[in-house]
Design a protein around this ligand. Structure first.
Ligand SMILES: [Zn+2]
Length: 201
């Protein structure tokens, strides 16, 4: 699936490769375009300064998850908080499924977005236990990160330098849980820790 749109800032053509994409950075003028549910550009975001590196992966790289699910890296977010930096890579599988691969200080986690069926309780703290979609989650970290780089296509509305509140934790059967709250959106991601060999990268 591809859909062609034009950049709200410079009019350059932009190719969307997945129906779930809600943010794309223009490769020509480096300005963020946010899209509505029909993928029409509706909000112009910030200019993103060029950066030589966005972590270990690049847009366009290809992997093969568990040796049987080929994917292409089609978007990157760099997060920063208190001097720590980590990366999230949008991985587009050949069947259109999107994975969200996190790289944090040598650790890789492949997440998939899930529909949040229960509201996130207010005032969640680290080391507490919360119930999300029927799963008992031990909260490891609660924080606010800043988006310090954007490349390619992203499956939710996001802007450069935007702050994202997050809650990270683990279920009893070692699933990684990440809840991200940006603008008015709350997104739930459920994943597993993986290694680079399992990613075919
Ligand atoms: Zn542009």
């Amino acid at each position: 699936m591809t859909k062609a749109i034009t950049c709200m800032k410079c009019g350059a053509p932009l190719q969307l490769t997945n129906p779930d994409v809600r943010t794309i950075k223009c490769e020509f003028c480096d300005v963020i375009n946010q899209l509505d549910i029909e993928q029409n550009p509706t909000k112009m975001g910030k200019f993103v300064p060029k950066k030589t590196s966005a972590g270990p992966l690049k847009v366009g790289m290809q992997g093969n998850f568990r040796g049987q699910q080929p994917f292409t890296v089609s978007g990157i977010l760099e997060y920063s908080e208190d001097g720590d930096t980590w990366y999230e890579y949008m991985c587009e599988f050949s069947d259109g499924t999107l994975g969200w691969l996190q790289y944090d200080d040598g650790d890789w986690t492949m997440y998939f977005k899930k529909r949040l069926k229960t509201p996130v309780p207010p005032g969640v703290r680290a080391n507490s236990r919360i119930n999300i979609n029927g799963m008992s989650v031990t909260v490891e970290e609660v924080g606010t990160a800043r988006i310090t780089h954007v490349e390619g296509q992203i499956p939710f509305a996001v802007d450069y330098e935007e702050e994202v509140d997050y809650i990270d934790g683990w279920t009893e059967d070692d699933k990684a849980i990440s809840i991200e709250m940006a603008e008015d959106e709350v997104e739930l991601f459920v994943g597993r820790e993986v290694n680079r060999r399992m990613l075919g990268l």
